[in-house]
Design a protein around this ligand. Structure first.
Ligand SMILES: [Zn+2]
Length: 98
């Protein structure tokens, strides 16, 4: 009997993100402990059978994105906002007067 046939050889191209894989955002929510209920169960089930997402979740938990890397709009300091509003009013006034 040839033992080689019983070995689990990963197929080339197998270790990659698949269409059924949860998004990076879902994995991030999972590693950040903010998933619950069905969403949490779904990700857990998927991680049990997907090497790629397990590696990705592992990476995300070890290197979570820093807040300044997020695409959330920056908060404008109040003084700058007031200045900008005043400046816009001035501009509108000059344009109307012209
Ligand atoms: Zn996956």
């Amino acid at each position: 009997m040839n033992g080689r046939h019983h070995q689990q050889q990963p197929r080339p191209g197998f270790f990659r993100k698949k269409i059924i894989c949860p998004s990076a955002a879902s994995l991030l929510a999972y590693t950040g402990d903010v998933l619950a209920g069905l969403a949490l169960r779904r990700v857990r089930l998927h991680l049990a059978q997907c090497d790629f997402c397990r590696a990705e979740a592992d990476l995300l938990s070890r290197h979570p994105p820093q807040p300044d890397e997020c695409s959330a709009p920056a908060i404008m300091p109040l003084a700058m906002r007031l200045f900008a509003q005043q400046r816009l009013r001035d501009l509108r006034r000059t344009r109307r007067a012209a």
